[in-house]
Design a protein around this ligand. Structure first.
Ligand code: SF4
Length: 207
């Protein structure tokens, strides 16, 4: 079967993530990093792409950003084991800096190519609420390359039977140059997770 999307070369539909060649990111990554969590979790959290640690371990959000996400989830009263966690792009995009591998933001064509996998996960998990962490996740989840965090934060967006809550990526809260911005970003993440948790409860009552 051939799948065509804007900016994505027509190609065979891959059988598995490890076999995926829908874009070139697989070439320099250790492995593809699939999402993780309960099959029918009511909340799905979508990040940008695996980082250095995630690439090596093959699991999402296990590096420093993952530790911050764990802290924010605990503060918001959400158990991580009840959440499905994944990324918009499944292979680590990086550039060498000395002996280190530095994160590089995925291009729109790579986000589009990898949306194939996010779509499958969203269909399988069927979450009530999706939390988009950062601009890449938001663009992928909304399927809108022009979507911005600024315009989307602070209110839930209803789409195809689930609510989308947008906030900063934990990496931004870790790396912002000044402590005030870091603190503000972290608080926004906690607030967004709290709101997502509330919306999950709201959806449960409606059933
Ligand atoms: S980043 Fe996504 S689309 Fe690109 S090769 Fe990896 S799994 Fe496939």
């Amino acid at each position: 079967m051939t799948t065509k999307q804007p900016g994505v070369e027509p190609q065979q539909t891959p059988e598995s993530l490890d076999e995926c060649r829908r874009c070139a990111l697989w070439e320099h990554a250790t492995q593809a990093v699939p999402g993780k969590g309960p099959r029918h979790a009511p909340m799905m959290i979508v990040g940008e792409q695996p980082g250095d640690q995630e690439d090596l371990q093959g699991k999402p959000f296990v590096g420093p950003a993952g530790a911050m996400l764990d802290r924010a989830l605990a503060e918001a009263g959400v158990a991580r084991k009840e959440v499905y966690v994944t990324n918009a792009v499944k292979h680590f995009k990086w550039e060498p800096r000395g002996k280190r591998r530095l994160h590089k933001t995925p291009a729109q064509r790579e986000i589009d190519a990898c949306h194939y996998w996010l779509d499958r996960e969203t269909g399988d998990v069927a979450p009530k609420v999706i939390v988009a962490l950062g601009s890449t996740a938001l663009k992928s989840v909304l399927r809108d390359s022009k979507a911005t965090l600024q315009a989307s934060m602070g209110h839930a967006i209803e789409q195809e039977g689930h609510a989308i809550v947008a906030t900063y990526h934990p990496s931004f809260a870790l790396r912002a140059p000044d402590p005030e911005t870091r603190e503000r970003a972290y608080k926004a993440i906690v607030d967004a997770l709290r709101e997502a948790h509330r919306l999950v409860g709201h959806h449960r009552k409606e059933r």
